[in-house]
Design a protein around this ligand. Structure first.
Ligand SMILES: *Cc1c(COP(=O)(O)O)cnc(C)c1O
Length: 337
């Protein structure tokens, strides 16, 4: 028999143990990417056609894609204007008899208000699946993002705070049954080779990526510290600039600054000016999910989610990566003044 160590080998097993430990969960299951981590989580929870899943109106499209890929319907809830994360005060009125789950997204790296979200979920018997793709290592009330929900999805896309050298993702959970189910779904639906219990997928995390991730995981806390320091430099350099809204962190949350996002009414002009100086910025995200062509069939129109629409028009992500120095921040800040 040919024994290759390329798939579902020791590196993956070790990474899963180490990532679970990092996240303070009992299990971590490495999968192919963040979208598959979300999709498999919903599938393993039995969510499908006829079910509704509450998602934020301001998020990356993958949050919604996972819901529609299992055949369920995404129900959008607006974020808070201060934190850009889903507003728990608006969740209850979006719950119907069909609601099965809530997907809070820790957007830009800031933890969502997980106490309130878990309380609402419990009261209505709903599952919670965190989308932790942007917030590895962030905390709500001193508890890690990715450790609150029934199953939690994360991404190791190269640009994320913990990134592989290619695609990757993981599901974290404390539930042994769910962990087994997801591990089975990612590998053709089999526990034992060539014996298939459910029609599964090939959604595995590569051995090679797991090996890279094991090394990078050791640096994650130091990189997060640097991201927070850089955000602090930006805050200081920009605090007196008029017409710009700086990121706000809820007192019970920490922010891992996947992105440092400012808001300005003159967003496009500011972006152009920075571009002319050789400073690249990004917009996360220019079109809210409800106005994407892909989701025309959901029947939403402009004006349905005004906060998400306002954010799409005004947000701007400034350069931020571990290793940036103070002069780079100063240079960027000068052109914003
Ligand atoms: C990146 C990201 C995903 C998807 O992760 P992939 O690994 O790119 O599939 C999902 N949700 C959010 C919020 C993301 O930022």
């Amino acid at each position: 028999m040919l024994r290759t160590g390329f798939i579902l080998g020791n590196e993956l097993r070790k990474f899963e143990t180490e990532y679970a430990r990092y996240n303070h969960t009992r299990y971590a299951i490495g999968v192919s990417n963040g979208l598959d981590a979300l999709t498999l989580s919903l599938r393993a929870l039995g969510i499908g056609p006829g079910d509704e899943v509450i998602v934020p109106s301001h998020t990356f499209i993958a949050t919604l894609l996972a819901v529609t890929h299992v055949g369920a319907t995404p129900v959008l809830v607006e974020p808070r204007m201060e934190t850009y994360n889903i507003n728990p005060d608006l969740i209850e009125r979006a719950i119907t008899k069909r609601t099965k789950a809530i997907i809070p997204v820790h957007l830009y790296g800031q933890a969502c208000e997980m106490d309130s979200i878990m309380r609402i979920a419990k009261a209505h018997n709903l599952f919670v699946v965190e989308d932790n793709a942007q917030a590895h290592g962030a905390l709500w009330n001193r508890k890690m993002t990715g450790s609150w929900g029934h199953a939690n999805a994360t991404s190791f896309y190269p640009g994320k705070n913990l990134g592989a050298l290619g695609d990757g993702g993981a599901v974290t959970t404390d539930d042994e049954g769910l962990a087994e189910h997801i591990a089975m779904l990612r590998n053709y639906g089999s526990k034992e080779k060539y014996y298939n219990e459910v029609p599964g997928y090939n959604n595995r995390l590569d051995e090679l990526q797991a090996a890279f991730l094991r090394v990078k995981l050791r640096y994650l806390d130091e990189w997060t510290r640097q991201r927070q320091e850089i955000a602090c430099w930006y805050n200081n350099a920009l605090q007196s600039v008029t017409g710009i809204t700086l990121p706000y962190t809820h007192p019970q949350a920490t922010h891992s600054y996947h992105l440092y996002v400012i808001r300005t009414a003159k967003r496009d002009a500011v972006q152009d000016r920075l571009r002319q100086k050789g400073i690249g910025t990004m917009i996360h995200y220019p079109v809210p999910p409800h106005l994407q062509k892909a989701y025309r069939y959901l029947g939403h129109k402009p004006g349905d989610f005004p906060i998400a629409e306002e954010l799409a028009k005004t947000v701007l992500s400034l350069p931020l990566w571990p290793g940036m120095n103070r002069n780079m921040i100063k240079a960027t800040a000068e052109h914003l003044g």
